[in-house]
Design a protein around this ligand. Structure first.
Ligand SMILES: C[S@@+](CC[C@H](N)C(=O)[O-])C[C@H]1O[C@@H](n2cnc3c(N)ncnc32)[C@H](O)[C@@H]1O
Length: 238
């Protein structure tokens, strides 16, 4: 039986291999930061790399994630950040931020549309006047192109087996890991369920949540084309 995503073992693998990914988004993020901004909220902050980068620019950074194991890494990587364990579809911090971010396919984990709408409304509610909400999502094409793969690190092997449900546009990713313990390996399993999101679909929901937005292809920073695998959104309060 597979466990909840981002348990202790997978979070350790994530911290070693994937948490630098968000640096790829930095050139898309920085041109949109508001002049004089001082408060940054990172939704689904994971292991804290973006919180550390925001802190480096002088922002007071707050991260929200539902995995306590990801947050434990974030506490080490971004010791100056405030960390909140919780679900971004039920966000109630009762304060506003100049920058709200949600990166690296995190919104794709909101498979239920009511949860997606709640998360977008939450981002809007927590955004200060003149602030900006920046996020990326993977599209159905992005998930469709994924293949089974394995990653070998010195102390572990992590295997990904994706299955894509065309009708629901939902990927179920079985993660199997083997963590070295002396001469032996301990096995763990997790199941990650994510929905592919398209521009037109999100545009309607962002509008309803009270945003105006522009969107681009994540990889090129240019126009979205047929086959774009990941999109980047720049959203401002309407
Ligand atoms: C692919 S990781 C991205 C982490 C980080 N944003 C980064 O760029 O490295 C996805 C993160 O989203 C978190 N997550 C997924 N669904 C969530 C939810 N509903 N509420 C809060 N966190 C969630 C997971 O725990 C995980 O840390």
């Amino acid at each position: 039986m597979a466990n909840e995503p981002y348990g202790e073992d997978f979070s350790a693998a994530y911290a070693g291999r994937w948490d630098g990914w968000v640096r790829l988004a930095w050139p898309l993020i920085t041109p949109h930061l508001p002049a004089g901004g001082s408060r940054w909220l990172d939704l689904c902050c994971g292991s804290g790399t973006l919180l550390r980068m925001a802190g480096g620019l002088g922002y007071a950074a707050t991260g929200v994630d539902r995995s306590r194991h990801q947050l434990a890494t974030a506490a080490r990587k971004a010791p100056g950040a405030r960390l909140v364990e919780g679900d971004v579809a039920r966000l109630a911090l009762r304060e506003t931020f100049d920058v709200v971010t949600c990166l690296f396919d995190s919104l794709n984990y909101l498979v239920g549309l009511a949860d997606l709408d709640r998360a977008l409304a939450g981002a809007r509610r927590h955004l200060a006047a003149g602030g900006v909400f920046l996020f990326d999502v993977k599209t159905a094409d992005g998930f469709r192109r994924e293949r089974p793969r394995a990653y070998r690190d010195s102390d572990r092997v992590t295997m990904f087996e994706p299955r894509f449900d065309e009708k629901r546009k939902v990927q179920t990713l079985l993660v199997t890991g083997f963590v070295r313990e002396g001469e032996l390996f301990r096995r763990f399993e997790e199941e990650h369920v994510q929905r592919g999101y398209e521009h037109a679909f999100l545009a309607r929901r962002l509008d309803r949540a009270g945003f105006v937005h522009t969107a681009m292809d994540f990889d090129t920073g240019g126009e979205i084309v047929a086959g774009s695998g990941r999109l980047f959104f720049v959203c401002r309060p309407r």
